[in-house]
Design a protein around this ligand. Structure first.
Ligand code: PLP
Length: 415
C-alpha cells in the first residue's frame, strides 16, 4: 500500500504501544501534550533496549566473541535504519551524538573552528532554539566573526526578502531550524538551501522538531549538515544524530579524542579512524543507539506522511477549537495549519503561563510553559513566556478537548 492508499493513523489504537499513557495524574486520565520536549517511547523501543541489556550486553567494536558481535551488529544496524528514515544513502554519514545540541556543537567546534575566521558571517534566524544559537555565539566570540539574523514576520514566517539581502554578505554558513519549536513554522528548507549554496555558504539544518513529525529527505533538501535528537522521535534520551556530507566529515578534525576514534596511536601523535567513528570517542550509549534504530523502524512503519497528516489535523482542530472554547486565548505562529508542525504556543492574557501549566497539571494535562529555549524569539514577540501544547502520533482530538476544558477551569480560577 502507498501512503496515499493507507488509512489515516488511528491514535487510539496506537496508544496501546505506549504503556506510560495509561495512567491517572491527580485523579484524571493523563493527557500528555509535551511531545515537543520529549516523546513517549513505544514498546518496540523499550523492548529493543531491554533485549540488548538482557541478551547482548557487551562493548561494541572490541570483543571477538558472540555478545560483542551481536551488540555491534545491532548498533551499526541502527545507523542504517536511521539513514533510511531521513533519506541518506550512506549510513557512514550518520554520526551518533547525545542529542541535537551535541550535534550542532560538534560542527561548530570542528568545521567552525577550522573554517570561520575574523569578519566571517554566519547567518541564523530569530526563531532558533538556543542549541542552534549559543554554539555559534561561542564560535563568533572566539573568532571575531559576525552573526546575522533572518527576522520573522509577526505571524512567525521567515522574511525571505531579508535573507536575500543577508546573502549578499557572502556568509560562510547559514544555519536554521527546519520546524520552529515555539511557532510551529515549517521553513522552506529546499529553497533556502538552494539560495545559500548559490551565495557560496554551507547549510546546517536543525531538524529536532522535523524528524519526529514530517517526512524528511536529506538528499532532497540538499543541505550540508542535518541534526536531530532521538528522544523527540520515540527513542531514548542520550541518542542524537549529526548527518553530514561525506567529504565534509572526512575533512573535519575530530571533536573529542580517545578510544575508538583512532586508527593508530603513538606517544606523540595519532591517526584518526574513518567516519563515522572518528567522531565517536569512547564507549558510546549503545542501548540508546539500538533504541533509536527501533524508533526509526517504528516511525517508518507508521509512514511519515501519515504522521504529518495526523498532526496537521490536530493543529487544525486546535486552532479551531481553542479560540472558540477559550475566549481571549492568544495563539502564536502561522495561521495556516498546513504551514505548521504539531506545536501550538499560546497565552491566556493576564495569567502567567507557569500558573496555567500548574493548574492544567491538576487536571492531568501536561504542557510546557516558559521560553522553550527560544528567549530571543520571545523577546522579538514581546513576550516573557508562553504555554505550549505539542503533539505526537498518540495525541487525539480528545486530548485537545481536555486541554480546552482545563483552560476554561484556569480562566474560572483566575476570574
Ligand atoms: C528546534 C530544536 N532544536 C534543538 C533542540 C535541542 O534538543 P536537545 O535538547 O535534545 O539537544 C530542541 C529541543 O527542544 C529543539 O526544539
Amino acid at each position: 500500500m502507498t501512503a496515499e492508499t493507507q488509512p489515516a493513523l488511528d491514535p487510539e489504537a496506537l496508544r496501546a504501544d505506549f504503556p506510560i499513557l495509561d495512567q491517572e495524574v491527580h485523579g484524571h486520565k493523563l493527557v500528555y501534550l509535551d511531545s515537543g520536549a520529549t516523546s513517549q517511547k513505544p514498546l518496540a523501543v523499550l523492548e529493543a533496549m531491554d533485549g540488548y541489556y538482557r541478551h547482548d550486553n557487551a562493548n561494541v567494536h572490541r570483543g571477538i566473541y558472540a555478545l560483542s558481535e551481536r551488540a555491534t551488529a545491532d548498533y551499526e544496524g541502527s545507523r542504517a535504519k536511521v539513514a533510511r528514515l531521513i533519506g541518506v544513502a550512506d549510513p557512514r554519514e550518520i554520526i551518533w551524538t547525545r542529542n541535537a545540541t551535541e550535534a550542532i556543537n560538534l560542527v561548530a567546534y570542528t568545521w567552525g573552528r577550522r573554517h570561520i575566521g575574523r569578519g566571517d558571517v554566519i547567518v541564523l534566524t530569530e526563531m532558533e532554539h538556543h542549541a542552534n544559537l549559543v554554539p555559534w555565539q561561542i564560535l563568533a566570540q572566539e573568532k571575531d566573526a559576525d552573526l546575522e539574523f533572518i527576522p520573522i514576520t509577526d505571524d512567525g514566517i521567515l522574511r525571505q526578502d531579508v535573507f536575500d539581502v543577508l546573502l549578499r554578505l557572502k556568509p560562510k554558513l547559514v544555519a536554521f531550524t527546519h520546524v520552529s519549536n515555539m511557532l510551529g513554522t515549517i521553513n522552506p528548507v529546499v529553497e533556502m538551501t538552494r539560495k545559500a549554496h548559490e551565495a557560496g555558504a554551507l547549510v546546517l539544518i536543525d531538524g529536532a522538531q522535523a524528524v519526529p513529525h514530517i517526512p524528511v529527505n536529506v538528499a532532497e533538501i540538499g543541505a550540508d549538515f542535518y541534526t536531530f535528537s532521538g528522544h523527540k522521535v520515540m527513542a531514548p534520551t542520550g541518542s542524537g544524530v549529526l548527518w553530514g556530507r561525506r567529504a565534509l566529515l572526512e575533512a573535519m578534525p575530530p571533536f573529542m579524542g580517545g578510544g575508538d576514534m583512532i586508527r593508530e596511536v603513538h606517544l606523540r601523535r595519532s591517526e584518526w579512524n574513518e567516519i563515522p567513528w572518528k567522531f565517536e570517542a569512547g564507549t558510546p550509549d549503545i542501548s540508546a543507539a539500538i533504541g533509536l534504530g527501533a524508533a526509526a523502524d517504528y516511525m517508518m512503519g507508521l509512514g511519515m506522511s501519515r504522521v504529518q497528516d495526523h498532526e496537521q489535523e490536530l493543529v487544525r482542530y486546535a486552532l479551531d477549537v481553542l479560540p472558540r472554547e477559550v475566549p481571549g486565548i492568544e495563539i502564536y505562529g502561522p495561521a495556516a495549519p498546513e504551514a505548521r508542525g504539531g506545536v501550538v504556543a499560546f497565552n491566556l492574557p493576564g495569567i502567567h503561563p507557569h500558573d496555567v501549566a500548574q493548574v492544567l497539571d491538576r487536571f492531568g494535562v501536561a504542557i510546557r510553559a516558559g521560553h522553550h529555549c527560544t528567549m530571543p524569539l520571545h523577546e522579538r514577540l514581546d513576550l516573557s513566556a508562553t504555554a505550549r501544547a505539542s503533539f505526537g502520533v498518540y495525541t487525539t482530538t480528545k486530548d485537545i478537548d481536555a486541554l480546552a476544558a482545563a483552560l476554561q477551569q484556569v480562566q474560572k480560577l483566575f476570574g
